[in-house]
Write a protein that binds this ligand. Structure first.
Ligand SMILES: [Zn+2]
Length: 757
C-alpha cells in the first residue's frame, strides 16, 4: 500500500475549532486537483461552523414530542414538518408515499394457566417527571411486528437466547420444544431469528423477554433513577424474516406504489410461522419461576432472583395475539440539491424519522443532525456553492418495522439508482463517545480521511485519533496492536443489516457507509416508551455536541463526495479485506474438519457415555461425515486479480493526483462513470441461495444471525450449514463477482493512465 498522494500531515486538533472557519491547509484531497482542493477545504470549513447544538435540541424536542410510528397522525405530522424544514433551507423537496403491510395489535394475552395462575400486564407505566411517557392513548402497545395471529396453550421451555447452538444444547439435555411455547431472552441474535429457529424445532409459540442481566438492574440503575430498563419496560421490534427480504412483505423487489401488484398475505414469505410477543422481566419472572425440569446451564442463567430451569413445564402458558392487517401509508421525505457539472451522479444521504414510540434516541438523535446538515448545505448554496454532483437528503419512514421506507424507495428507483448513485451515507441513533464507521471497503480510505478532519468534542483530538486509540485499547493481541499502529487507515466494519443502508448496498450494490458516535452512554430504553426527550437529555448526549459532531462528519463526507473531481474510492484496502475474508472461510472449513474429526473420535472412545452423570438426562451428539476438501482456487485467483487491478489503478491515480491538474481534464468524467460500476460488479444477478433479493457477493446479514454480518455470505453459510455442493457453487459465484470488479477496475486504470499521458 502506498501513502503517496494522501495527506501525510495529521493536523493539530487546535486548528480545527469548529466555531471559526480555518484557512484551508495546504494539503491534498483525494480526487481533487490542487485548486479544487483549496476551494473544497474552504467550503468544508464554512460548513462545519454551521451546525448548532441549540437547533439539534429543538428538532429533537419537536420530533419526539408525541408517538410517531408508521401510520400514526404524528408520523404524518413529522413528515410534513420535515418537508417544511427542507424547503425553508432552500432545498427542492417532496414527500413520496408507499402503501405497505404493517400489522398493529388488536388483542394480546399472555397468562400462566398452570401450576398457578398469573396474567401478564403487557403494559409500560408512565413515570413521574417524564411527561411523554404518559401519552398512553397514542402509544403502540408492546408487540413484535409481523408475528402471525395465533391462540396457543402449551408447556413452556426456556431456550436461553434461542439461537441454533442453544437448541443443540437442549438436544444434548434430552429436551425437545416440539409442541411447546418457548421463552427466549433478548440479545445473542437479532430478535427475528428467535421465533424462526423455534418454529424450525417444532415450537408453536414464542415469548421474548428482556433479562435484567443483559438489559436491566444488573447493568445499572433503572429508569427514571438511572438509564437502564425498568421492571415493566418492554423492547418492541420487528420479527419479520428480513434476512429473506426486507421491506413490504407483499411487494418483494418492487416499490409498494398505489397500483403495485401485491401478494396475498398468505403468500408473504417473511411473516413468522408462529405467534410471538415480547414481555418485560416483570412479566417474565413468574413464568420462568414456574418452569421445572433440569437446571439451566450456568451461562444461561440471567439476573432474576430465581433458579433458572429449562422445562418443559410444569408451567403452561396461554399466548394469544391478533393483529389489524390493513395497509398503512409511508411518507419518505426527499430533498434535492442539483449538481452543476455532473447532475446525473447522486450522493444519497438518509436517516429514518419513524419510531416505535417517541424515539428521541432511535431515530431522532440521528435525524436531527441530518436536518442540521441540510440546513448548512442550504446556507452554502446561498453563499454561492454549487456541488458538482446531485445531493439527495432522505428522511425515511417505516425503518423500524422492516426498513420499509428505504427499501420501497430503492426498489421503486432501482434502475435509476444503479446508473447514478455514487454512494449512500446512513446514520441512525447517535450518542456520546467514539466514531463508529462501517461500510463498503472501497470507501474505507475516504471516510478515514474525513474522520481525520473532525474534532472530538470531549478530547479535542481528531475523532480519527480517538477511534484509533480506542481500537488499540480493545485490541486482543500484540499482533493486532502492531497492525493498528502501522496501517494508514482504521479498518471499517462490514455491514450486515439493521438500518436503511441494506437496500442500497445489498440489493443494488451502491457503496455505502453507516456512521455514528457512541460507546460512552449505555442504557436500556431501546424501543420502549422511555426512549424520549426526558431520558435522552438526562442520560445521553445531553449537550448535543456529539449530534453536532455527527452533522460535521457526515456533512463533510457528503460535501467531499459531491465535489470530488474523481470519485475518491480506493481499492487496495478493499482487495486486502476481501483477501482476509477468503482466508477466514478457508479457516472455517479447516475448523469444521477438525471438530468433526475430534467429536467422532470421542464418540468412538465412549467419552460422552462415560462422562455423563447417570442421574441427569443427556444425549450424545450424532456421528457426522467428515467435511470434504473444497477448492478455493477460484477465489484465491479472483483476489489476486482484484489486488493487481487495485494496485495498477492506485498507481495511476496517484500519478494523476500528484500532477495537481490532471483531474481537471474533461475525460476525468469518464473515469467516474467506470468507477460507479465497480461496486455494482460485486452483485450476483440471482442473489444468494434461497434469498435472491440479497445480491452482494461480499456482505449480507446472516441467515441465522439477523443483523450480524456474514462476509462472503454464500460461501460462509454453505460451509456453516455443511452444504458442500452449495459451497462449491458459491465459491464460483463469489469469484465471478470479484473478477467482474477487477475487470471494471482495469478499465478505470487504463482510463486513468491515459489521463496522465
Ligand atoms: Zn433506528
Amino acid at each position: 500500500m502506498k501513502a503517496f498522494g494522501r495527506p501525510l500531515i495529521v493536523l493539530a486538533a487546535g486548528l480545527l475549532i469548529a466555531a471559526t472557519p480555518v484557512t484551508a491547509p495546504v494539503d491534498e484531497l483525494r480526487g481533487f486537483t490542487t485548486e479544487s482542493a483549496k476551494a473544497e477545504r474552504d467550503w468544508e470549513a464554512k460548513f462545519r461552523a454551521l451546525p448548532s447544538t441549540d437547533s439539534l435540541r429543538s428538532y429533537m424536542r419537536r420530533l419526539s414530542a408525541r408517538p410517531h410510528h408508521v401510520g400514526s397522525p404524528y408520523d404524518q405530522n413529522n413528515a410534513e414538518w420535515i418537508l417544511g424544514k427542507f424547503k425553508s433551507f432552500g432545498l427542492d423537496a417532496h414527500i413520496e408515499t408507499f402503501d405497505v403491510l404493517f400489522p398493529t395489535p388488536l388483542e394480546r394475552v399472555v397468562e400462566l394457566v398452570a401450576p398457578a395462575r398469573f396474567v401478564a400486564k403487557l403494559r409500560e407505566p408512565a413515570v413521574p417527571g417524564d411527561p411523554t411517557s404518559a401519552q398512553q392513548s397514542e402509544q403502540l402497545p408492546t408487540y413484535n411486528a409481523y408475528s402471525i395471529d395465533g391462540d396457543v396453550t402449551a408447556p413452556l421451555v426456556y431456550v436461553n437466547y434461542g439461537v441454533p447452538d442453544d437448541y443443540d444444547r437442549l438436544e444434548r439435555m434430552g429436551v425437545s420444544v416440539k409442541g411447546a411455547i418457548v421463552i427466549a431472552r433478548y440479545f445473542g441474535s437479532w430478535r427475528g431469528i428467535k421465533p424462526k429457529v423455534a418454529a424450525g424445532h417444532g415450537a408453536i409459540g414464542c415469548l421474548i423477554y428482556s433479562d435484567p442481566k443483559d438489559d436491566g438492574y444488573t447493568q445499572g440503575d433503572t429508569y427514571p433513577e438511572g438509564p437502564w430498563r425498568p421492571r415493566d419496560g418492554v423492547q418492541r421490534g420487528s420479527v419479520m424474516e428480513m434476512e429473506v427480504y426486507p421491506g413490504d412483505p407483499l411487494t418483494p423487489g418492487i416499490g409498494a406504489t398505489k397500483d403495485a401488484r401485491r401478494l396475498p398475505i398468505a403468500q408473504a414469505r417473511t411473516l413468522t410461522k408462529i405467534p410471538v410477543l415480547p414481555i418485560s422481566y416483570g412479566d417474565a419472572q413468574p413464568l420462568l419461576a414456574a418452569i421445572g425440569g433440569q437446571h439451566a446451564p450456568p451461562e444461561w442463567r440471567g439476573g432474576l432472583g430465581i433458579t433458572y430451569h429449562v422445562g418443559p413445564g410444569p408451567a403452561r402458558v396461554h399466548l394469544k395475539v391478533k393483529f389489524d392487517w390493513s395497509l398503512k401509508t409511508l411518507r419518505d421525505v426527499i430533498a434535492r440539491i442539483p449538481g452543476g457539472t455532473a447532475p446525473d451522479e447522486w450522493v444519497v444521504r438518509g436517516n429514518h424519522h419513524d419510531a416505535w414510540v417517541n424515539g428521541a434516541e432511535d431515530p431522532i438523535s440521528g435525524q436531527a443532525p441530518l436536518l442540521e446538515e441540510a440546513r448548512a448545505m442550504g446556507e452554502l448554496v446561498k453563499q454561492g456553492w454549487k456541488p458538482r454532483r446531485t445531493i439527495i437528503y432522505a428522511a425515511w419512514d417505516g425503518e423500524e418495522p422492516a426498513l420499509l421506507g428505504s427499501t420501497e424507495w430503492v426498489e421503486a428507483h432501482a434502475d435509476e439508482l444503479a446508473g447514478k448513485a455514487v454512494a449512500y451515507l446512513n446514520t441512525d441513533s447517535n450518542g456520546r463517545g467514539y466514531l463508529g464507521m462501517g461500510g463498503s471497503h472501497s470507501l474505507q480510505r475516504f471516510i478515514n480521511d474525513v474522520a481525520r478532519d473532525i474534532e472530538d468534542p470531549e478530547t479535542r483530538l481528531s475523532v480519527w485519533k480517538r477511534a484509533q486509540l480506542r481500537a488499540l485499547r480493545e485490541a486482543s493481541s500484540a499482533d493486532r496492536r502492531r497492525e493498528i499502529r502501522a496501517e494508514p487507515d482504521l479498518r471499517i466494519g462490514a455491514l450486515g443489516s439493521g438500518s436503511d443502508y441494506t437496500p442500497f448496498l445489498q440489493h443494488v450494490g451502491i457503496p455505502s457507509l453507516n456512521i455514528g458516535y457512541g460507546g460512552e452512554d449505555a442504557g436500556g430504553i431501546y424501543h420502549s416508551i422511555y426512549d424520549d426527550f426526558a431520558w435522552y437529555t438526562k442520560f445521553d448526549d445531553t449537550s448535543f455536541v456529539y449530534g453536532r459532531a455527527l452533522a460535521q462528519t457526515v456533512g463533510t463526507a457528503v460535501l467531499r463526495l459531491a465535489d470530488a473531481d474523481v470519485l475518491p474510492y480506493e481499492f487496495t484496502g478493499a482487495a486486502a479485506t476481501v483477501g482476509r475474508y477468503v482466508k477466514e472461510v478457508e479457516k472455517l472449513l479447516q475448523e469444521e474438519q477438525d471438530t468433526t474429526a475430534e467429536r467422532n473420535r470421542e464418540l468412538d472412545e465412549g467419552l460422552f457415555a462415560a462422562t455423563a452423570d447417570p442421574r441427569e438426562r443427556s444425549v450424545a451428539p450424532p456421528h457426522q461425515d467428515p467435511p470434504p476438501h473444497l477448492d478455493f482456487a477460484p477465489l484465491e485467483n479472483a483476489v489476486d486479480a482484484l489486488t493487481r487491478a487495485a494496485d495498477r489503478y492506485e498507481k495511476a491515480f496517484n500519478r494523476a493526483q500528484s500532477g495537481g491538474t490532471a483531474f481537471a481534464q474533461p475525460s476525468a468524467g469518464g473515469i467516474n462513470a467506470t468507477l460507479i460500476a465497480t461496486e455494482r460488479a460485486l452483485t450476483i444477478a440471482d442473489g444468494l441461495p434461497r434469498r435472491g433479493w440479497f445480491r452482494h457477493a461480499i456482505y449480507a446479514p446472516g441467515f441465522y444471525t439477523g443483523y450480524g454480518v456474514k462476509t462472503l455470505p454464500g460461501v460462509r453459510e454453505a460451509i456453516e450449514q455443511r452444504n458442500w455442493k452449495e459451497a462449491d457453487g458459491q465459491i464460483a459465484a463469489a469469484a465471478g463477482a470479484i473478477n467482474a470488479e477487477a475487470e471494471v477496475l482495469e478499465r478505470a486504470a487504463t482510463q486513468m493512465e491515459q489521463l496522465v499521458h
